[in-house]
Design a protein around this ligand. Structure first.
Ligand code: FAD
Length: 318
């Protein structure tokens, strides 16, 4: 199975990222959001892990909900920072046992104040090593089955093992902690060599950042699809927070427009229009789909897809 599957509502594959609720009271609201997102037949909905203090238990709970209650593929983010080899192996087993077959393998960030030393990193030093470990644990836990060989009559059989899809992160403007300019491309090549089948990018604010990065990655030998990660940003405070977390450059036009707009409705319109323009531009440049950071709010990402002409107005679900 390929992670990127054309959904039926739109010919452009779309996908969404949500994060696990931080309190028990927020589950109902998140599940309502997931229902609304599922209504546009996304290729997958991904659930963050560990980010912002969300633990693996809550993440798996949300993933299991998506698996049981929708027809959408749940994609589990996993981070390995600070974990021993045995802990990471046990975590992967737990997710596989729950029926999860798609992963986003991440190194993760060291806790604030911790260095990049061996103790802070744990046994696995990079996302590429986690890709290999997921693949290995999956192989150990899934027996081979025998299937007929397509197009070959008779009793000939081929041995197959159910596989997992493993996505990885990519950084169009480099990683904030890169030690040399092309390190993020080298890291992506290593993740591909380890078995990753899809890359999802960090958010970016200019289509050229993504398109130039894809061109550089392709000429370096990256062949896997690189899905652009886009976040509609509808307030100056959200923009500041995102810049702080990602280390991206402040997008001048968006920052000024959000700052001078006096109403919340007006700011929402600006953020949606900006993100929709970005979606159109990257698709025109050959992007294989659109991955939207939903921030657990269906309204803004669905409005972005409508504004970009990716889902029809009749698919309005809010
Ligand atoms: P890697 O590719 O292994 O490393 C990334 C970069 O870090 C390398 O390119 C290199 O420049 C640098 N680097 C690697 N090792 C070292 C070292 N020893 N010293 C200095 N620099 C080094 N985080 C979460 O906690 N939970 C999530 O759910 C989550 N989801 C994400 C989803 C997406 C799409 C993206 C883009 C990021 C997400 N993150 C999440 C953030 C991610 O964990 C951080 O960006 C992390 O710093 C890098 O992870 P990686 O998997 O790309 O690591």
């Amino acid at each position: 199975m390929s992670i990127i599957q054309p959904p039926s509502v739109t010919t452009v594959p779309v996908s969404f990222e949500v994060y696990p609720p931080r309190s028990d009271a927020s589950y109902a609201a998140l599940y309502e959001t997931i229902d609304r997102l599922a209504a546009v037949d996304p290729a997958f909905i991904s659930v963050t892990y560990g980010a912002g203090g969300s633990g693996g238990g809550r993440s798996l709970e949300v993933l299991t909900h998506i698996l049981r209650e929708t027809r959408v593929e749940p994609l589990a983010h996993l981070t390995c920072i600070g974990s021993s080899y045995a802990e990471a192996t046990a975590l992967i087993r737990e997710f596989l046992d729950a029926g999860i077959r798609s992963f986003l393998a991440l190194r993760g960030d060291p806790p604030v104040g911790a260095g990049e030393d061996a103790a802070a990193l744990g046994d696995l030093e990079s996302a590429a090593q986690l890709v290999q470990l997921i693949d290995r644990v999956q192989a150990e836990t899934s027996p081979y089955t025998e299937e007929p060989i397509p197009g070959v009559p008779g009793a000939a059989r081929v041995e197959r093992r159910p596989s997992v899809d493993i996505a990885v992160a990519a950084f169009p403007n480099g990683h904030p902690r890169s030690r040399y300019p092309a390190e993020h491309i080298d890291a992506l090549l290593a993740k591909q060599a380890a078995g990753a089948t899809l890359a999802i990018t960090q958010l970016f604010f200019h289509a050229d950042d993504y398109l130039a990065f894809v061109a550089r990655a392709r000429s370096a030998g990256v062949e896997i699809p690189i899905l652009p990660g886009i976040m509609p940003i509808t307030s100056p405070s959200r923009l500041r927070r995102v810049i702080e977390l990602t280390g991206e450059q402040v997008p001048g036009t968006l920052a000024v427009d959000l700052d001078v707009e006096p109403t919340a409705d007006g700011r929402r319109e600006i953020g949606v229009r900006y993100a929709a323009d970005l979606c159109r531009a990257v698709l025109a440049g050959g992007a294989p789909g659109i991955h939207l950071y939903a921030f657990n709010n269906h309204d803004t990402v669905l409005a972005t897809l409508r504004e970009a002409g990716i889902i029809p107005p009749t698919e309005e679900t809010s």
